[in-house]
Design a binder for this molecule. Structure first.
Ligand code: ZN
Length: 357
């Protein structure tokens, strides 16, 4: 499976060519129709235009009907992995229907990553069900993501992971800072953090010249993203975003494809793909993961669930996994690694681990 940089670029350019995709304008419906068409062209996907109502609040004077795109690739199990970006755009320099809002980086870039994942993942059959989402209403307070997260709760969706890509297509800003080799992954404490930590580890295993910069926060200061309603609903949900945002372009007519770095965007897509492939075939993770001291200087781990697992450990001061080994039989001893100075976790052979307590 190889990421197509040219397809990513062409998706971004097509979306940026709409005068506006602001959810308060009919433009967002046209963009949703276009995006749904792209998903419908991929064999095997069930494509839905999900209607919901924007509630009065930030940038919404009265209840306003809206639509977003949900494309599903059924797996053998009903456990779901979501990957998405928001296709709606915003220009704060005038009335929504009067000003152009190309929103190339924010967030045609993430929308293109989700669509690219669908193109590649739909070529194969998977254990788990994959859901590709083009969110809208993000710029009105994450309302599309809120609508889908509450629907997921109401319909008892079992969601293993949510990968939200928002503003992932530029490696530099206008003051000369640049980092073409990393993407930030933001995560809240708990399951989202463990998902993020594991994604960083996956990228380290799979890619040479590109990696994940973990940020141990739910999002940037005073800002939110479409992963947040899912994390608040109790699902493991994280946000991918470039390292050096350019705030002077965001939410202006200058958020154009010309200001993007499509090689960088393709690398972010590669991180998503490596994680998604493993999550798509992952069995259900372990439960009741316990740790105790063994033979004075070693660590004994026990768990329930999968027989074959990977045990990970790290110094308490390290954000990322430093060592790992395969194990089986619901119990293992890691020799000569003391439990006082290290944090351990156990994961199914494929899938992200659960911290041992
Ligand atoms: Zn955004």
């Amino acid at each position: 499976m190889e990421i197509s940089q040219s397809r990513l670029q062409s998706t971004v350019e097509s979306l940026a060519a709409f005068p506006t995709r602001n959810t308060m304008t009919p433009g967002h419906r046209e963009a949703a129709e276009w995006l749904a068409e792209q998903y419908r062209a991929i064999p095997g996907l069930q494509v839905e235009l999900m209607e919901y109502v924007l509630q009065p609040g930030k940038r919404v004077p009265e209840p306003t009907p809206a639509v977003q795109v949900v494309a599903t690739l059924l797996g053998r199990s009903s456990r779901r992995i979501l990957v998405g970006g928001h296709f709606d755009s915003l220009n704060l320099q005038g009335q929504p229907h009067e000003v152009p809002a190309p929103g190339a980086n924010d967030d045609a870039s993430g929308t293109a990553v989700a669509l690219e994942m669908a193109h590649l993942m739909a070529e194969h059959a998977w254990e788990n069900t994959l859901v590709f989402v083009g969110f809208s209403g993000e710029e009105q307070g994450l309302q599309g993501a809120r609508a889908l997260a509450s629907r997921a709760r109401a319909e008892n969706w079992e969601i293993d992971a949510v990968l939200n890509n928002d503003t992932v297509g530029s490696s530099s800003n206008l003051i000369g800072q640049s980092d073409p080799h990393q993407v930030r992954v933001f995560s809240d404490e708990g399951a989202p953090r463990e998902l993020a930590r594991w994604i960083e580890w996956v990228a380290r295993q799979e890619l040479n010249d590109f990696g994940v910069k973990l940020v141990l926060r739910k999002d940037r200061f005073g800002r939110g993203g479409d992963h947040t309603p899912f994390a608040e609903a109790g699902f493991p949900a994280v946000r991918f975003i470039e390292v050096h945002e350019e705030f002077a372009r965001q939410h202006t007519p200058d958020d154009l494809p010309e200001a993007m770095d499509f090689e960088y965007l393709a690398n972010v897509a590669r991180v998503n793909l490596h994680a998604l492939v493993i999550l798509a075939r992952a069995e259900k993770g372990p439960t009741n993961v316990r740790i105790e001291r063994a033979d004075r200087h070693s660590a004994r781990l026990t768990w329930e669930g999968p027989d074959l697992v990977t045990v990970y450990w790290r110094e308490t001061t390290s954000a990322g996994w430093q060592s790992w080994t395969d194990a089986s039989g619901f119990e293992t001893v890691v020799e000569k690694v003391n439990i006082d100075d290290h944090i351990f976790a156990v994961g199914a052979k494929e899938g992200f681990p659960v911290q041992a307590r």
